[in-house]
Ligand binder design. Structure first.
Ligand code: FDM
Length: 212
């Protein structure tokens, strides 16, 4: 993976249900890419460190109540806050491995019954990922993995609805992997897919925007 000085990095998103293994696979991928000498950072949404992130965090912990549309827009604003930094990182050659993005935004809010097109609208104009790796696992199987925590949304029936909505968001940037595979097998698959993407971006594939 030769890296010339002005080639751009990649925006790679991992998506999936709660307990699908996204976070640990994201971390493993970041470690691997760093060991290869690539410039890479791990990001996640929601980014709980900003002021919108703190409102989101309180909502998820059931410490505050918010209208479904209000929280949806906060999640979106939490991504908009990071848009310019994201663009400058990627354009200066750093790849970002991101745990959740606009697909979580739409799938979780739509699972509450909000209109999908309404949910997508505030995401339009955010940077489109070069690659979305979807860790496919049934809600039942995810729930068996040591159970859910206590946050809002960590419930079987709700997660089933989220899975249905994720399915409607698949597009050409998606690669679906089997979240039920052994960790190392999955890690290997993800490495290969990610390296392919990084190479394509280095060769000059333009950055896109959601939601075209
Ligand atoms: N979530 C996450 C949303 O509802 N909308 C969003 O835009 C994003 C990014 O927040 F249940 C939900 C998904 C999950 C919760 O995510 C917190 P983490 O990955 O557990 O922090």
């Amino acid at each position: 993976t030769a890296h010339n000085d002005n080639s751009r990095g990649s925006l790679i998103v991992l998506e999936g249900l709660d307990r699908s293994g996204k976070t640990s696979q994201s971390n493993r991928l970041v470690t691997f890419l760093k060991e290869k000498g690539l410039s890479v950072e791990f990001w996640r949404f929601p980014d709980r460190s900003t002021s919108t992130g703190q409102m989101i965090s309180a909502y998820l912990a059931n410490e505050s109540q918010l209208d479904d549309r209000a929280i949806h827009l906060l999640f979106s604003a939490n991504r908009w806050e990071k848009r310019s930094l994201m663009e400058s990182k990627v354009m200066s050659g750093t790849s970002l491995i991101i745990d959740r993005y606009s697909y979580s935004g739409v799938a979780f809010s739509a699972a509450k019954g909000l209109d999908v097109e309404w949910c997508k609208a505030p995401e339009v104009g955010l940077i489109a990922p070069d690659l979305v790796i979807y860790l496919d696992i049934s809600a039942e199987k995810a729930a068996e993995r040591g159970g859910y925590g206590t946050e809002r949304y960590e419930q079987l029936e709700f997660q089933k609805k989220v899975a249905e909505h994720y399915r409607t968001l698949y597009d050409a940037s998606w690669k679906i992997v089997d979240g039920g595979l052994p960790v190392e097998t999955l890690e290997e698959q993800i490495r290969e897919i990610a390296l392919g993407c990084i190479l394509t971006c280095q060769k000059g594939k333009p950055l896109g925007e959601l939601w075209h």
